[in-house]
Design a protein around this ligand. Structure first.
Ligand SMILES: Nc1ncnc2c1ncn2[C@@H]1O[C@H](COP(=O)(O)OP(=O)(O)O)[C@@H](O)[C@H]1O
Ligand SMILES: [Mg+2]
Length: 249
């Protein structure tokens, strides 16, 4: 569904990865694991169609994002949700923050006032319910704990009903309880048919939530496959060293 093919990414002179290929399918959770600084965030930005590859392509349902004009690329980009490592909420209520995602989407998908047959308040409530915050719609964003704020960020991305949802270390600053809520919500997104890509340095999290794992090391993606197989029987020696902790960065 969302696919990077032979993609290379850099920031000016700094090359991050070369000739990288990866696909996220509808209704799966793909974890991208790898050490800090290896390019996980850059890979997610590439898949979010917000970082242009130097070489290669990124396509959503077969449409190459960098081969079409800016308006068409924007329409593609709006089918992809993104949750950042740090919640970035507006100075407004929980409900307003979630509604924002709907407004962005409705502006092009459905100008009739309902989204996929639901009213906006229903969609907001339903998304907040997934992260256990349906009773907190009136609270002000500033009064939320870091974990609650991140759950609202997730609900905002989910309410939008994206085809793909990209999560950049969404629980790295959270306590176990909030982490568990987000992990459950990831499963719910998958069950709704969304293709989820999760960047994490937490291998245990990948084991808990992912259907497939891609291992990103300095050399690029050394291995990608079903989670259990990658962790228990990695085919690549570098992957094995990374997973066993022998490869220290
Ligand atoms: N905006 C940027 N400008 C220049 N270099 C960057 C920028 N963002 C990231 N980098 C560099 O690109 C590499 C990959 O970064 P990143 O994708 O954030 O890795 P990860 O998410 O795996 O920690 C790192 O060496 C980082 O320093
Ligand atoms: Mg990162």
């Amino acid at each position: 569904m969302l696919r990077a093919t032979d993609a290379s990414a850099s920031y000016g002179e700094v090359a991050v990865f070369r000739d990288l290929s990866i696909e996220v399918d509808a209704g799966e959770v793909l974890a991208v694991i790898g050490p800090s600084g290896v390019g996980k965030t850059t890979l997610l930005r590439l898949l979010a169609l917000s970082h242009e590859p130097d070489d290669g392509s990124v396509a959503l349902d077969g449409t190459e994002a960098w081969a079409v004009d800016a308006a068409e690329r924007l329409a593609l980009r709006r089918r992809v949700g993104f949750v950042f490592q740090e919640a970035n909420l507006f100075d407004a209520s929980v409900a307003r923050n979630v509604e924002y995602g709907l407004r962005v989407r409705r502006s092009w998908a459905d100008r009739a006032g309902s989204l996929f047959g639901r009213s906006a308040p229903d969609a907001v409530h339903e998304a907040l319910d997934v992260v256990g915050l349906a009773d907190e719609t009136g609270r002000h964003a500033a009064s939320l704990s870091g974990g609650e704020a991140q759950r609202v960020s997730f609900a905002r991305a989910l309410a939008y009903e994206p085809d793909a949802l990209l999560l950049d270390e969404p629980t790295s600053d959270l306590d176990p309880r909030n982490t568990a809520v987000i992990e459950e919500a990831i499963g719910e997104a998958r069950d709704r048919g969304i293709g989820v890509a999760l960047a994490t340095h937490d291998m245990h999290q990948a084991e808990r939530v992912a259907d497939r794992v891609a291992v990103l090391l300095d050399e690029g993606i050394t291995e990608v496959g079903p989670t259990e197989r990658v962790f228990e029987d990695p085919a690549d020696e570098r992957t094995r060293k990374f997973i066993s902790g022998e490869l220290v960065y």
